[in-house]
Design a protein around this ligand. Structure first.
Ligand code: SF4
Ligand code: SF4
Length: 453
């Protein structure tokens, strides 16, 4: 057994470490404008070290025993949290049953106008969607005047970004290649594209083999509506752009749709430039950008190693969670592909967390474990409920993205927690409790009155 003096020194050290950790957490939270977290971390910084300092400082007959128990409990708790005990694999199917038809997604269905041939044809073959879709059509609509969170400036700003990204569609559709193919090593071109994409503003970039299930079966939007999707490409470059955390903290108010639109524009601009670059090398390439996709971006990005699909069905990246927009470029240039490493911590944590489901104002996110839907085991959100909410409030909501514990900023403190999540089930349990404690189970959105003023 250690002497009381040695135990006292260890106890002081533990008190100091705990104090410094929570003090850093306090400062970091202030920098992140997380007042509730800052206050609570400060309280923990003061309270938690007290027993260690007290029992080390005050001399009494059982001091040695108490210090031994305290230190042993601390060490054992640390071991229990960090050693890979009790991992529970949550199995989800990675490959869809078949190609998804873009005509069935809400972004396409919202465009079917009553009285048109397209409307009649679609609902003749899909009568099950008609009353739901007519319901959201009666609402003011996304960025619509009269919607609950309508703000003339914020909605105009978001519209400006959406209009700008639409202006890029003509470049996307341009298939002209006016130069002879150059022959450069695949590795060199792949590296160049990845580094350049980051210079252009991408947060992460991956390259994967283009698979059949990445493609939509039919075009759901634009002039080629209804056409079967065929791409003469073998490779896809997928990248993410970061969405600003502070803007998302206003979700579901106007700032969040401004941020979404801005990032669709950013992703579109990067994708178009990469596609044009590949065409300059004499190869076919196509950018897939907002309103003009031929591929299901989250599936491509996952297979390119950029993340996993979680409870909300969005790409969950390792360091920003779902707080990203995705861009994709497909090409026949034989770029070097990589196999995304399967990482099932996200699904394991999602099975426990359910914070997005709690926070979702339309109750579109399931609390259940993944289950079989059309022969595929996965989580699926109720896209009709979600989109209908958007058309009532006028924004694209994103409350789920804002509250996700993976959405915290990419910095040392939060990345330590993300590392811990991979270690053990116990750590995940504790991290979730702490996230609820610091930020709230249902964090209150920031009010947008002062935004940009
Ligand atoms: S909030 Fe929780 S359950 Fe929802 S996606 Fe994020 S980690 Fe998963
Ligand atoms: S965007 Fe809003 S309504 Fe849609 S799933 Fe997320 S929280 Fe729910």
């Amino acid at each position: 057994m250690f002497s009381t003096n040695v135990l006292s020194v260890i106890s002081y050290l533990l008190a100091g470490m705990i104090f410094i950790f929570f003090l850093v957490y306090t400062i970091q939270s202030i920098l992140e404008h997380e007042q509730r977290a800052a206050l609570r971390a400060l309280i923990l910084a003061i309270l938690l070290p007290l027993p260690y300092a007290f029992f080390a400082f005050v001399s009494f007959s059982g001091q040695q025993t108490i210090l031994t128990i305290l230190i042993a409990m601390t060490v054992l708790t640390g071991i229990y949290l960090l050693f890979p005990f009790h991992r529970t694999r949550i199995d989800v199917d990675r490959i869809p049953a078949g190609r998804i038809d873009e005509r069935d997604i809400m972004f396409s269905r919202r465009l079917y106008e009553k009285g048109t041939e397209r409307y009649r044809t679609y609902y003749r073959s899909h009568p099950e969607y008609k009353s739901i879709d007519d319901g959201f059509r009666a609402n003011p609509g996304l960025l619509g005047k009269g919607s609950r969170f309508y703000h003339p400036l914020m909605f105009a700003a978001a519209n400006a970004s959406f209009i700008s990204v639409t202006a890029l569609h003509s470049l996307v559709e341009n298939e002209t290649i006016s130069v002879e193919p150059v022959h450069l090593p695949s590795g060199q071109v792949s590296r160049f594209i990845k580094n350049w994409a980051k210079k252009l503003g991408a947060y992460s970039v991956g390259i994967t083999t283009l698979r059949d299930y990445h493609l939509y079966s039919h075009v759901g939007r634009g002039p080629h509506f209804g056409r079967e999707v065929q791409l003469p490409h073998t490779v896809a470059v997928a990248f993410t752009v970061e969405m600003d955390k502070t803007s998302l903290d206003y979700a579901p108010y106007g700032p969040t749709v401004m941020e979404s639109a801005r990032k669709y524009m950013d992703a579109g601009a990067i994708a178009v430039q990469i596609a044009e670059f590949i065409k300059q090398l004499g190869y076919s390439a196509r950018a897939h950008i907002d309103g003009n996709y031929r591929v299901v971006c989250p599936l491509v990005a996952r297979d390119a190693g950029l993340g996993e699909l979680g409870r909300m069905g969005l790409l969950m990246t390792p360091t920003l969670g779902p707080r990203v927009r995705i861009g994709v470029v497909t090409t026949d240039y034989p770029l070097l592909t990589e196999q995304g490493r399967e990482e099932w911590t996200v699904q394991e944590f999602c099975a426990r967390c359910k914070k997005c489901a709690d926070a979702c104002p339309s109750k579109a996110i399931s609390f259940d474990d993944p289950k079989e839907i059309n022969g595929v085991v996965r989580w699926k959100i109720d896209q009709e409920k979600c989109y209908t909410y958007w058309t009532e409030v006028g924004t694209d909501c994103a409350r789920c993205v804002a509250v996700c514990p993976y959405s915290h900023p990419d910095n040392l403190l939060h990345n330590l927690v993300r590392k811990g999540l991979k270690q053990s089930s116990a750590f995940q349990w504790m991290a979730l409790k702490m996230d609820d404690f610091f930020y709230g189970r249902k964090p209150t959105p920031r009010k947008p009155q002062k935004y940009l003023e």
